[in-house]
Design a protein around this ligand. Structure first.
Ligand SMILES: Cc1cc2nc3c(=O)[nH]c(=O)nc-3n(C[C@H](O)[C@H](O)[C@H](O)COP(=O)(O)O)c2cc1C
Length: 269
């Protein structure tokens, strides 16, 4: 067969395609495990950022293991799930919000009138993270998620031991536009959250992400966070998401339960 023959050219082209597709699919399969591991590490890193435990050049996993306790809670009752109830499917180590929300046993549909975060379904149980110093609870780091403009944003909201003062917020997954909704990752914007108050005196969720900038003289300024400029739709999503997760369908029962436990402990001694 001469080098110019059409048959030979087709055979060579098909051969090249076959080799390339084998290379690409092998790479995709072998890298998948590493990508999942990196995603998990990134999530852990974000838990540390929300809890203000992240420092340069530290081994993220060992800091997490040393300083953070993972717990599972029932969202409806707000109670901790005893470790004796953990199983292969129900464990903080393997907890995956998306899988749990889809699960027949552990997931549920959210009634549309309550679904202000526009997520359709949610887990009935949640993996939460507690930072302790000398056995005293310092922070609760709570997973949150909700729809922005283009994507569902996944992140963490950290509350202080008073279950009232916000300590930090961070997002580890979203598809909002860099420079617009993607400014949720801007450290200056995230820093605004620290010290803001989650609940009003009457117990209602107070925190609000407003359009524009907070006026420090406004009596409600302690409940307000600046919106992202030019990104009203992501801003609205953020506002709805924090209200949803701090409210009665989200962590409301857990927060009530934890506040009661804390008051009882204080009374005892
Ligand atoms: C390419 C492109 C990307 C955009 N990305 C976002 C975004 O991530 N989040 C957002 O809220 N608005 C985004 N917008 C703007 C919205 O379409 C909308 O105009 C904006 O939310 C209105 O905000 P404003 O009232 O603050 O101007 C984008 C617009 C364009 C053209």
């Amino acid at each position: 067969m001469s080098n110019e023959s059409t048959k030979k050219m087709i055979i060579v082209a098909l051969g090249v395609c076959l080799v390339c597709s084998i290379l690409v699919s092998t790479a995709a399969v072998t890298l998948n495990a590493r990508q999942e591991k990196n995603k998990e590490l990134d999530k852990i890193k974000n838990i540390l950022i929300a809890g203000e435990l992240m420092q340069e050049n530290v081994d993220v996993k060992s800091v997490f293991e040393e300083k953070v306790e993972s717990e599972l809670i029932h969202l409806e009752t707000g109670e901790f799930i005893p470790k004796s109830d953990y199983s292969a499917k129900l464990s903080p180590e393997t907890f995956n919000i998306k899988k749990m929300a889809d699960d027949d046993q552990y997931g549920k549909l959210i009634p549309p009138e309550k679904d202000i975060a526009r997520i359709n379904k949610m887990p009935k149980v949640m993996s939460i993270y507690i930072v302790k110093i000398d056995d005293q609870i310092e922070k609760y780091i709570l997973p949150i998620y909700g729809k922005g403009l283009w994507s569902t944003l996944y992140g963490f909201l950290a509350l202080g031991s008073d279950l009232q003062t916000i300590q930090g917020i961070t997002f580890y997954e979203h598809g909002e536009t860099p420079g617009l909704g993607g400014e949720v990752d801007n450290p200056n914007w995230k820093a605004i959250w620290k010290g803001k108050q989650a609940f009003k005196d009457n117990g209602q969720v107070g925190i609000t992400v407003i359009k524009g900038q907070v006026d420090p003289d406004n009596p409600n300024a302690k409940y307000q966070v600046d919106g992202l400029s030019g990104s009203t739709l992501t801003t609205r999503g953020l506002d709805a998401m924090v209200k949803f997760w701090l409210g009665e369908t989200g962590y409301g029962p857990f927060i009530q339960h934890a506040k009661k436990q804390k008051a009882e402990l204080n009374e005892q001694g």
